[in-house]
Design a protein around this ligand. Structure first.
Ligand code: BGC
Length: 368
C-alpha cells in the first residue's frame, strides 16, 4: 500500500515537472546561450574617450554586449575627453583585477605610465581604434584604414569637383583632427596625398593659406573649436565676396561646427553652399547628407570593429591568433603593432540607402 502511494506521488511529481519544463523552459529565448567556460570569471576593462560623439557610445555598447555574450565581465568607462580621468579609470581597472584592457585613448601619448603598470601586472592591452603611442605594453590594434579614410575624402572631392578633368580653381579650406590622436595624422596624410597636386597646379586654392597640420588641427576634435576657426577664416579671408567652395572636415562633429559658421556668415544650403566632408556617419550627419547640408561622410561600421577587437581579447586571454591584416603600418615609436584594419566606406546621397539602411546600421525612419 505504502509503496503504491509513493509510486503515485512520484508519477504526479514527474507530470508536474514535465508540465513546467514544457511551459517555461521550452523556448530558445528563455534558454540562455551557453557561456564560454574559460571566460566566465575574467574581467575586461574597456576605456573609451567620450560620450559626446555618437560613435564612441556605439563602440562601448558593442564591445560590452559582445564581451558579455562570451561570458566576460566588463568594466566600461568613459572619460569625457579628460586625459587625467582616463588615466585614473585605467588605474582603477588594474587595481580591480582586470584581466585585459581595451583602450581608445584620448591622448595617445599620455598613457605610457599607466600601461607600464598594466604590463607589470601581466595584463594584456589592446588598442581600440586609436593607436597607443610610445609603449611596448600593447599587444594588438583594431582600427580602420586611417590613411584610407583621408584618401577616400580626397578622392571624393577629386571626383565631385572634376579635378582630374582640370576643373577649378576652387577655394578650399582644411580641417584636421586632434594632434594627440595618431589617426588624425594618418587621415591628413591621405587627404593631402590626393589633393596636393591640385593645390600645386592652382585648381585648388586655400585662401586662408592654412594647410600645415599645426594650423588646421582641432584639439580633441572639438566642434566648438572648429566653428570658431571657420568663423575666423570666413571673416578674415572671405568677407570681400570670395566664396568657399570646399571644406575638408575629418569628423562629423567638426562638420557641424563648420556648417554653423557658414550659416552665421550668410551661406545657404543649395546656394553656393560648399562641399563639406565628414567622418563616422553619425545620425545627424546622415540626416544632413539627405538635406544637402553635408556632402559625404565616412562610414566606419563599429559592429565590425568590435568583432575584430573581441577576437583579439579572446586570443590574448584564451590563446590563439587573432585575425591580423597589417603588420607594417602602425609603428608607435616602440614597436610595430600587429593590426586589423577594417575598411572605411564613403557615403553620400547616392549610396546612403545601401550602406546605412540596408545594412541595418540605421532604420529608414531615423533618417527622415
Ligand atoms: C576616430 C574617428 C573619430 C575621431 C573623433 C578618431 O580617432 O578614428 O572615427 O571621428 O576620433 O572622435
Amino acid at each position: 500500500m505504502m509503496k503504491s502511494i509513493k509510486k503515485i506521488v512520484a508519477l504526479i511529481l514527474a507530470g508536474i515537472m514535465m508540465f513546467v519544463l514544457a511551459g517555461c523552459g521550452g523556448t530558445d529565448k528563455a534558454d540562455p546561450a551557453p557561456k564560454a567556460a574559460t571566460s566566465s570569471t575574467k574581467k575586461i576593462g574597456v576605456a573609451m574617450p567620450t560620450q559626446s560623439s555618437q560613435r564612441w557610445i556605439q563602440d562601448g555598447k558593442n564591445m560590452k554586449d559582445k564581451l558579455e555574450k562570451l561570458g566576460y565581465t566588463v568594466d566600461l568607462q568613459y572619460a569625457e575627453d579628460d586625459v587625467q580621468a582616463q588615466v585614473s579609470q585605467i588605474e582603477n581597472m588594474i587595481t580591480n583585477g582586470a584581466n585585459c584592457l581595451v583602450v581608445a585613448a584620448i591622448d595617445s601619448n599620455a598613457l605610457v605610465n599607466v600601461l607600464e603598470q598594466a604590463k607589470k601586472n601581466n595584463i594584456p592591452v589592446i588598442a581600440y581604434d586609436r593607436l597607443l603611442m610610445d609603449t611596448d605594453s600593447v599587444s594588438y590594434y583594431a582600427t580602420f584604414d586611417n590613411k584610407g579614410v583621408g584618401v577616400a575624402i580626397g578622392k571624393y572631392i577629386e571626383e565631385k569637383m572634376g579635378l582630374k578633368e582640370g576643373k577649378g580653381p576652387y577655394n578650399i579650406e582644411f580641417f584636421a583632427g586632434s594632434p594627440d590622436d595618431n589617426n588624425a595624422h594618418f587621415l591628413n596624410t591621405g587627404v593631402f596625398e590626393v589633393l596636393k597636386p591640385y593645390l600645386d597646379k592652382g585648381q585648388l586654392v586655400t585662401v586662408s593659406g592654412q594647410t600645415n597640420f599645426d594650423a588646421i588641427c582641432t584639439l580633441r576634435w572639438s566642434q566648438e573649436t572648429a566653428q570658431k576657426r571657420m568663423e575666423d577664416i570666413l571673416s578674415g579671408y572671405y568677407s570681400t565676396g570670395k566664396n568657399v567652395d570646399i571644406v575638408v572636415s575629418p569628423f562629423d562633429g567638426i562638420s557641424y561646427g563648420i556648417s554653423a559658421a557658414l550659416e552665421g556668415a550668410g551661406y545657404k544650403v543649395g546656394q553656393k553652399w560648399p562641399l563639406i566632408t565628414g567622418q563616422d556617419a553619425e545620425l545627424m550627419a546622415s540626416k544632413n547628407i539627405m538635406s544637402g547640408k553635408q556632402s559625404m561622410t565616412i562610414f566606419k561600421d563599429t559592429r565590425v570593429l568590435a568583432d575584430k577587437c573581441v577576437k583579439m581579447v579572446q586570443a590574448v586571454l584564451e590563446g590563439g591568433q587573432p585575425e591580423i591584416n597589417d603588420t607594417t603600418s602602425y609603428n608607435n615609436n616602440k614597436k610595430v603593432v600587429p593590426s586589423y584594419l577594417c575598411t572605411p566606406v564613403p557615403v553620400d546621397k547616392n549610396n546612403i540607402q545601401k550602406e546605412l539602411i540596408d545594412s541595418g546600421y540605421y532604420k529608414k525612419a531615423e533618417l527622415e
